[in-house]
Design a protein around this ligand. Structure first.
Ligand code: PEP
Ligand code: MN
Length: 331
């Protein structure tokens, strides 16, 4: 249950909610926001005199629920996503930062296509220990140069709690990858920050689990959360994962957070990325996350799914004409 309490609520009541109802608090200027476990269905008598408003929920998907607040807007740099903006934010870039030349070439291509946010990982959570794991801080410094030179927003991922502080220092948007959706070190550091966080759905996670991971960040005080659907594991083996567009429809209907779709990791092949981007655009999602590389075959990670810079141009023009017909603003 979410409660808005008067600021004068006695601390003994706050402690009772915390201890017996597992409540998390955010102290606003005009009220105290308390979120208890879903098991609290009746307002405790001792708290009742201080309750301004209450929202009971039958699951722990609460702060992100449209029944609590209508669709929220979240910022990426100066761009607003979500709410009633009808904005579609394009984020593109290589899977990993590999070199100054590679990231600068991509940055120039993004600028040419009117894209203002670059994605690229420096701490890669790879499946094999014998794979390229990213350039670490050296890569973050290259991204920092790209921001200074081109004014691009930096979207980059934290692999685990040992690198989250560095990523928070350099990123405009911290990406929490599919394998890190449950990393509580990352979730709590992101909850304490005011940076925009893009949380990717664990590939084996239900929508409920995905939303509860988002609640960890929001209940710790950071409501600047964007959800990213990036494909889930199913019985299908011809594609790397299965892009859950039903899940996207669910999120758009029930959740108040902006939703970004990542077709690249879902399909795992470059050939269908434009089609899937159009499908997501037709669903009026808030953003697309696309992997692109100057020479995909030579990429050090996710080589098969990255589109080249020519294909990126085609993608932008297809998405732009579709967006226009839907009165969406590409930002
Ligand atoms: C990525 O964006 O490069 C990435 C590793 O994504 P995911 O965590 O969805 O696999
Ligand atoms: Mn990748």
């Amino acid at each position: 249950m979410i409660l808005h309490l008067e600021n004068k609520t006695p601390s003994v009541c706050i402690r009772d909610l915390e201890k017996n109802h597992f409540a998390k608090f955010i102290f606003h200027q005009d009220y105290i926001q308390a979120v208890t476990s879903k098991n609290t269905v009746i307002i405790p008598d001792s708290i009742a005199p201080y309750v301004i408003d209450s929202w009971p929920f039958d699951s722990d998907f609460q702060l992100g629920n449209v029944e609590y607040k209508p669709r929220r807007t979240v910022k990426i740099g100066h761009k607003l996503l979500g709410g009633n903006t009808k904005n579609l934010h394009l984020i593109a870039g290589p899977c990993s930062v590999e070199s100054k030349e590679q990231i600068t070439t991509v940055a120039k291509a993004l600028i040419k296509n009117g894209i203002t946010s670059i994605r690229a990982g420096c701490f890669k959570p790879r499946t094999s220990p014998y794979s390229f794991m990213g350039l670490g801080e050296e890569g973050l410094l290259l991204l920092n140069d790209v921001r200074e030179e081109f004014g691009l927003n930096i979207v980059t991922e934290a692999r685990d709690a040992t690198n989250i502080d560095l990523v928070l220092k350099y990123a405009d948007v911290v990406q929490i990858g599919t394998k890190s959706m449950y990393d509580h070190g990352i979730l709590s550091a992101c909850g304490e920050s005011d940076k925009t966080i893009m949380l990717k759905r664990g590939f084996g996670s239900t929508l409920q689990e995905f939303l509860q991971a988002a609640e960890f960040i929001m209940s710790a005080g950071n409501e600047n959360v964007i959800l990213c659907e990036r494909g889930i594991r199913t019985f299908e083996s011809k594609t790397r994962f299965t892009l859950d567009l039903c899940g996207v429809a669910f999120l758009k209907h029930h959740c108040n957070l902006p939703v970004v779709v990542d077709p690249s990791h879902a399909l795992g092949h470059s050939y269908g990325i434009i089609d899937l981007s159009k499908a997501a655009t037709a669903m009026e999602v808030d953003g697309l996350l696309i992997e692109t590389h100057p020479s995909p075959k030579e990429a050090l990670s996710d080589a098969s799914q990255q589109i080249d810079l020519k294909e990126l141009e085609q993608l932008c023009s297809s998405v732009q004409s579709l967006a226009k017909s839907l009165s969406l603003n590409i930002i």
